[in-house]
Structures are given as C-alpha cells and as structure tokens.
Design a protein around this ligand. Structure first.
Ligand SMILES: *Cc1c(COP(=O)(O)O)cnc(C)c1O
Length: 372
C-alpha cells in the first residue's frame, strides 16, 4: 500500500505519517446489529464522506448487506454518489431543497427532504413542469428548532400534498437528545411526531438516528437513519461497548530525545520538565484532526503503555512522554496507537472534550487510508 503524493511520486505506506485503518467488515457487522435490534428498514447516513471514512466504500459495504436508503446533507454529495453508484439505491438530501437545485435533483432521481412548505410548493411546481410525480420526504421540526416544517403546519402540509404530484415516501424528524436515554425531550418529540402522523395518516415514519434506535421500539417506526453507530461510535453513554470498533489510527514516531529537568517543552514553553525526561515526537497534529484541546490531557499507547501527550499540540506533531519506556523502547518509524484497542474513538473524543462525530469527520487526509 502506498500513499500518493501530488506529483504522482509515491511514498511507501511505512513512511506515511500515520495509518488510518477502516474495517468495512465491522461496519457491516454494525449494520446487522442494528437490523437485529428491530425489524425495520435501516437507512445509512453517509454525509460528510461517511463521517470521513469514504462514502463510496461505505455505500458498497452496506449495499452488500441489503441497505438501500442513504442519507447525505447536501445535493452535491448525493450527485457524487449518484454518478459513482448504481441507481438501485435511494439518495436523500437532509438539508433540503435549495433554490436552484430543483432541476438537477429531479433529473438525477435524488430525493429531497422538504423542510418547509415553500420547498414543498417548489418541488410540486417542478413535478407539474415535468408532468410526472416526484419523490420526496417531508421533515417536521418536533422540537430541535433546526430543520423542518413546524408541527402546527402539518395539516397545511397534508392539504398541499393532496393537490401535489408528489410521491411522499415517508415523513421524518430528528431527535435532539437521543444520546441521553433519560432526557424528557425524547418522549416529547415522540409525541409531536405522533401528532404529525395523525395529520398525515398512513404515511411511513422515519424518526430515530443511532441513539434513537437504542431508546426502544416506540422510536423505531418504519425506517431509521443510522450514522455514528455504523462507524463504531457509542450511540449513547450506556453503550460504550455496543458497536464493533471500525477505525484504528496509528501515528509514526519521527524523533526521540532526552531532556534535563528544567527544560521547556512545546509551543509557549507551557510545560517545564520537573525531572529528566524521555520524549518522542509523533507525526500528526491539529491539522490532522487531533484537536489542540488534547494538550496536556491526551495520550497515545505503545506496547500496552500509556504515553501522555505533553506541552501543546502542534499543527503537524505532538510530543509524548516516553520516560516510562525510555528512548531505547521507541524508535523513529515505530507506530503509536491513537485510536485502537487501547483507546477507543469515544475515549479520545472525551479526552479532547468533544464527541466521536467531530473526531471522525476531522481526521485528515494526510493519513494513509487502509481498508480492511
Ligand atoms: C447526522 C444525522 C443523522 C445520523 O445521526 P447519528 O447520530 O450519527 O446516527 C440522522 N438524521 C439526521 C437528520 C442527521 O442530520
């Protein structure tokens, strides 16, 4: 395996700054696990290049598991997948129908999630112009105040639909707090969704994201949309071991050194060695998606040993304390574990003060990607 550089020069993978291993088999196992949780259609959310893991590869892996519904955020993401993938999959655009996107959306058979009555009216006008029904999803805002038609407008949406040449595939909404099983907003949103169903009787409902699936059968409805659980992230705080891990990140050591007590370490000299220390510099930093908030808090692992990050995280490198194993214990080009069996994706995210989603979508393209 080789890393391709701009001019076509190739660098052997073992000289790459880091290796991001993506286990497509684990993604497939996670898909099966979600299917087993409830007998419903499981759609996959592959926005942001499948949370940074490579949308085309992820779609292929999930199609092999029988997945047919794929959700992206933007029309251009759907168009990219449409041109790369067979027309037997359905592509849905969660962020809605932007003015100007209607014609290409219709032409490519992409399904817009209509987030306002205006979008519904415009899509209906396109169907009239083309003189054929167009597929769509209607999203309602059941309490997140982000995207969707207000629940109070459900009856108006229903009457507009009666006159429109729109093939409504399902109605949907999104939970704001599905990762917190005890949050009352979940049941409030569920009740609001059921009010939508009363105004639009008989329409299939798509409600739960990954966390929502774990909230129980009442949340499953006819179709669910899963993202993070497929990619190995914990869908809620009680389920840390529920999904199969998908991503491993190993980063190369580029230099080791020994410093005397009193030596300053890293940008700003924020850390002063209290004793003689052995240090290693590894080849990834905040430009690769390892947030600066890991400074003084994060760690990497080598041969089962925890090696704390010391000083500030740099753009392209991080200094770690290897005093425990010594300079002889770690050599340039050895790989240390940043995400893997010793440190889950969620553990790294917690150390950085963020969530698994932000870590995954931020992992940079300077790492060599290896699919398994
Ligand atoms: C991103 C997103 C999802 C996926 O959520 P996960 O928590 O990753 O399962 C589902 N639905 C909508 C509307 C989203 O924006």
């Amino acid at each position: 395996m080789r890393v391709r550089e701009a001019e076509g020069t190739e660098v052997p993978a073992n000289a790459a700054p880091g290796i991001l291993t993506i286990d497509t088999g684990a993604i497939r196992l996670n898909y099966r696990k979600l299917k087993a949780l409830a007998a419903m259609e499981v759609g996959a959310v592959v926005k942001a290049d499948a949370y940074g893991l490579g949308a085309e590869t992820v779609v292929d892996a999930l199609v092999a598991e029988g997945c047919t519904h794929f959700f992206v955020a933007h029309l251009f993401e759907a168009l990219r997948l449409r041109s790369a993938k067979s027309h037997s999959i359905r592509l849905f655009v969660l962020n809605g129908l932007q003015p100007g996107g209607e014609a290409i959306c219709a032409q490519e058979g992409i399904v817009p999630v209509l987030n306002s009555l205006d979008q519904l009216t415009r899509w209906s006008a396109v169907a009239e112009d083309l003189d054929r029904p167009l597929p769509a999803v209607l999203q309602f805002d059941t309490g997140m105040s982000r995207l969707g038609i207000p629940v109070a407008d459900a009856a108006r949406a229903a009457s507009l639909l009666e006159r429109a040449r729109i093939e409504l595939l399902f109605v949907m909404s999104h939970l704001s707090s599905a990762d917190e099983a005890g949050n009352v907003q979940n049941s409030e949103q569920l009740r609001a969704m059921e009010a939508v169903s009363e105004a639009l009787p008989g329409r299939p409902v798509c409600f739960a994201n990954s966390g929502g699936i774990l909230l129980g059968a009442a949340y499953h409805k006819q179709i669910v949309r899963s993202g993070i659980a497929l990619y190995g992230g914990a869908p809620n705080s009680d389920a840390t071991s529920a999904m199969h891990p998908v991503v491993c990140l190993d980063v190369a050591v580029v230099q080791t050194r020994t410093v005397r007590a009193g030596t300053r370490i890293g940008y700003g000299g924020t850390l002063v060695a209290e004793q003689d220390m052995h240090l290693a510099t590894i080849a990834a930093g905040y430009a690769d998606g390892l947030p600066r908030t890991l400074s003084g808090r994060g760690a990497v692992y080598f041969n089962g040993k925890r090696l704390p990050m010391v000083g500030r995280i740099s753009m392209d490198s991080i200094i770690v304390d290897i005093t425990e194993i010594g300079e002889a214990g770690l050599r340039p080009s050895d790989m240390v574990e940043v995400i893997g069996p010793r440190q889950t994706l969620d553990a790294l995210a917690t150390a950085a003060g963020t969530i698994s989603y932000e870590i995954l979508t931020g992992l940079g393209d300077r790492f060599h990607r290896r699919y398994r």
